[in-house]
Ligand binder design. Structure first.
Ligand SMILES: *Cc1c(COP(=O)(O)O)cnc(C)c1O
Length: 808
């Protein structure tokens, strides 16, 4: 665009913006608050998106190609305004115009609430997949729940996590469109009886409790390509008839109760990451968005298909993200049979052809198992269908593997009074995939080995990926510019092109520019840390970062114990030769997960001890940043030198922060777990620091025993000292970490923290030596960026297209 064009566009934009400010605030620009500036900008951008959104929808209707629908109980989308502006190619016009009007673009962006509609990796993955689908012009949409309260806001008070409700909608949300005309009734409880209607056996559901599901659509915009897909989030409301009639008091109170019981369904996101707690309300949530989402998808399909569901299985992919939407199988069967009049076999073929399933964890405590009692009461018709699916499945097993009751029992969907949702998902889907190659192997060989024997062709693997728009281009603009000036901009639409960076792998001029950017990103994070927690950290120190949900298997404890050990070493020898280090943590613990909360408390206690001690705090500092969410994550990755990915091998299905760090030039310090293994293959052994037990070793200890944490404790005086400090008052009066001490010794250290301690300290020493050689370190860092192409979620989506959805 030439200069006069641009200045015309800016003038036009400024006019529109000033007018919008007046509309949304009733004030002129000079008197409008930053919130109003944000609202005006958001509305303007929404108007620009709407035209392209309508156009995309029309195209999809005119030439119905294969459509994908992601069903997920979480979508952790992060802030959208800046992404929309960039995807529309408006970033220069908008930022320069606002600047000329004397406004602060960053401050305006900071007004947007971060929709916390997910806990962590699983929900964020869906957001990256929507982003990539749109970037690739793939018709793929999301279906989930519009939680009124997202994941709690975390504050740290006296070293402890305090939870505060996340009222993310309090100022309204400008990027959603409520569509009450597309509402759906969801039926709970009641009775089902079979009736003979016109010679057909028909199932009638009576005395049910109806809830209204109202959709809100959010546009999902592609990168510079005019494609706008949809994320549909369902909100629960009482159906109109219940709406607060003002008759006598008894009716009024009844109506109020009905209203709040209805609204409870989409009131709050369950804050457990990889944990199952079997609550009735959660089961209601799961059926809620499955039922409402499928109803709309089927009726939309019929509208474009001469009012028939013929061919649904070939044209519509229902992709279920973990087992929370597993009732998609039986619900589709119900729709096809009870509403569309198909027989079992036809309905079954279409259902299996349509459904595919991604598993996210192998940890037994996360596998969903609903009590038969609860499910059959809440969802009588769905339960009947699951029983019939299971009966036919076991009958087939009996045919193929006669006299094998153990197999039947192990694969049964219903057993011991519970409905096993993973088994249901596998039986009703044509594909099940893990999220990294090790994880998929564990699914085949251990977790679902029995199913693998029966359905080997159903097992696939797609390694997770992350959006390079959100986690490289938009959050690290300086690096983006350096990449563009060095290797051109093809990498923006094909991340494998980052390999061209290898041409600069020994170029001192490039090193200098690159290191200046890393330092500047670190300074920005240092400023943030100082503003938020009043801690001054040295931007030239190593930024060693572990940010993710707090969970025993992720082993923040191993990191914390190593810091305590380093503190002890420095107390003994304050002149210890080492590069100064800043350890940075962030992450939330589930409110009821007391052990994880103790780990947060320990990290903060260590931070207080270390940061306040002048003999060590020029060498090490520790920062715990409260309220980890997508917005904070975006600030952190570009500033990292070290990416801590230290889960017990075999436990982290993939990880995705490992990929985001890598794209931003951090070097992984990790176990051979999840996608770390593929990162190691991509960069080669000299550009990653790995340590610790392998997943096979862990699995063997778990199966055959042979690990005694007490033996390690007795042999290693460093560990003795550190563990004693947990309980001897080191952290001040009343701060005692007995629960952690007991888990490590009394309960034999189930996550192998002590077992891997020595290997981890060795690895940390290697990191120190590598970092102190600037040339080596810079080369490692750049190699990581250059080889991060395969961890783009664009690559994941094309794998899904090819292997699982079979679209061209
Ligand atoms: C990427 C991301 C995660 C996942 O991190 P892992 O280290 O893979 O567990 C969790 N939360 C947020 C906000 C993220 O952006």
């Amino acid at each position: 665009m030439d200069a006069s064009d641009k200045s015309q566009q800016k003038d036009a934009f400024k006019k529109e913006f000033i007018k919008k400010i007046e509309e949304v605030s009733g004030n002129c620009l000079a008197d409008a608050s930053v919130l109003k500036q944000y609202q005006a900008l958001a509305e303007l951008v929404m108007e620009k998106i709407s035209a392209e959104w309508a156009q995309t929808n029309m195209q999809y209707n005119k030439q119905p190609t294969k459509q994908v629908y992601f069903f997920s109980i979480e979508f952790l989308i992060g802030r959208l305004l800046n992404s929309y502006i960039n995807n529309l190619s408006l970033e220069e016009i908008v930022t320069e115009s606002l600047d000329e009007l004397g406004l602060d673009y960053e401050a305006i962006l900071a007004q947007e609430s971060d929709p916390g509609l997910g806990n962590g990796g699983l929900g964020r993955l869906m957001a990256c997949y929507l982003d990539s689908s749109a970037a690739m012009k793939m018709p793929a949409h999301g279906n989930g729940i519009r939680y009124k309260y997202g994941l709690f806001e975390q504050r740290i008070i006296n070293a402890e996590q305090i939870e505060v409700a996340d009222n993310w909608l309090k100022n309204g949300y400008p990027f959603e469109i409520r569509k009450p005309d597309k509402s759906v009734i969801v039926k709970y409880y009641g009775h089902v009886h079979a009736e003979n209607i016109n010679g057909n056996l028909t199932f009638v559901h009576e005395d049910y409790e109806p809830i209204m599901a109202v959709p809100y659509d959010i546009p999902i915009m592609g990168y510079h390509n005019k494609t706008v897909n949809s994320l549909r989030l369902w909100s629960a409301e009482p159906i109109d008839g219940f709406d607060l009639p003002t008759f006598n008091q008894g009716q009024f109170l009844y109506a109020v109760r009905q209203k709040s019981e209805a609204e409870a369904i989409s009131q709050i996101l369950y804050p457990n990451d990889s944990g199952f707690d079997g609550k009735l309300l959660r089961l209601k949530q799961e059926y809620f968005f499955v039922c409402a989402g499928l109803k709309r998808i089927v009726s939309h399909y019929k509208r474009n298909n001469s009012n028939s569901v013929d061919g649904f299985g070939e044209k519509i992919c229902i992709h279920i993200n973990d087992t929370h939407p597993a009732m998609c199988g039986p619900e589709l069967m119900r729709i096809f049979m009870d509403e569309e009049g198909l027989g079992w076999n036809d309905a079954w073929k279409m259902t299996v052809a349509s459904l595919s399933f991604t598993n996210h964890t192998v940890m037994p405590e996360a596998l969903e198992k609903w009590s038969v009692d609860m499910m059959s009461k809440l969802l009588p018709r769905i339960y009947m269908i699951i029983e019939e699916i299971n009966r036919r499945f076991i009958e087939e097993l009996d045919l193929n593997y006669p006299n094998d009751p153990d197999r039947n029992h192990s694969l049964s969907i219903i057993k011991d009074g519970q409905v096993h949702m993973a088994n249901l998902s596998i039986v009703t889907s044509h594909s099940i995939n893990g999220v990294a190659s090790l994880h998929s192997k564990i699914l085949r060989e251990e977790t679902f080995h029995g199913f693998y024997q029966v359905f080997p062709e159903r097992f696939n693997s797609v390694t997770n990926g992350v959006s390079p728009r959100r986690f490289l281009m938009y959050n690290n603009p300086k690096l983006k510019n350096l990449l563009n000036e060095s290797i051109g901009n093809e990498w923006e639409t094909n991340l494998f092109q980052l390999k061209r960076l290898l041409n600069f792998i020994n170029d001192p001029v490039f090193y200098e520019k690159y290191n200046a950017i890393k330092l500047s990103n670190k300074s920005q994070l240092a400023d943030y840390i100082s503003r938020r927690i009043g801690l001054h950290v040295d931007p030239t120190s190593i930024f060693d970062i572990q940010v993710k949900r707090i969970h025993e298997y992720k082993r923040q404890l191993l990191n914390a114990l190593h810091i305590l050990y380093l503190y002890n070493r420095l107390k003994e020898n304050p002149n210890l030769e080492m590069a100064p280090r800043t350890f940075i943590f962030a992450g939330k613990a589930a409110p009821g997960y007391y052990y994880a909360k103790d780990v947060i408390k320990l990290i903060n206690a260590i931070a207080e001890l270390v940061n306040g001690d002048n003999t060590v705090n020029t060498k090490i500092k520790v920062a715990f940043l409260a309220n980890f969410n997508v917005s904070l994550a975006e600030k952190i990755y570009p500033a990292a030198n070290i990416s801590e990915q230290i889960s017990t091998a075999g436990k982290e299905a993939s990880g995705t922060s490992n990929m985001k760090f890598m794209m931003n030039g951090a070097v992984t310090l990790g176990t051979m777990d999840g996608a770390n293994i593929e990162i190691a293959e991509a960069v080669g052994p000299t550009n990653i620091v790995t340590f610790g037990l392998t997943s096979e070793e862990v699995s063997n200890y778990n199966k055959y025993g042979g690990y005694r944490s007490v033996d390690i404790f007795e042999q290693d005086p460093r560990i003795q000292q550190v563990l004693h400090q947990l309980v001897d008052g080191t952290f001040g009066f009343g701060l005692n970490f007995q629960s952690i001490y007991d888990s490590l010794l009394l309960y034999n250290d189930p996550y192998f923290v002590l077992k891997d301690f020595n290997a981890y300290t060795d690895a940390q020493n290697r990191v120190d030596h590598l970092y102190r050689n600037e040339q080596i370190w810079t080369k490692m860092s750049i190699t990581n960026i250059a080889q991060s192409g395969m961890f783009s979620s664009d690559r994941s989506i094309s794998d899904y297209q090819r292997e699982i959805w079979t679209v061209k």
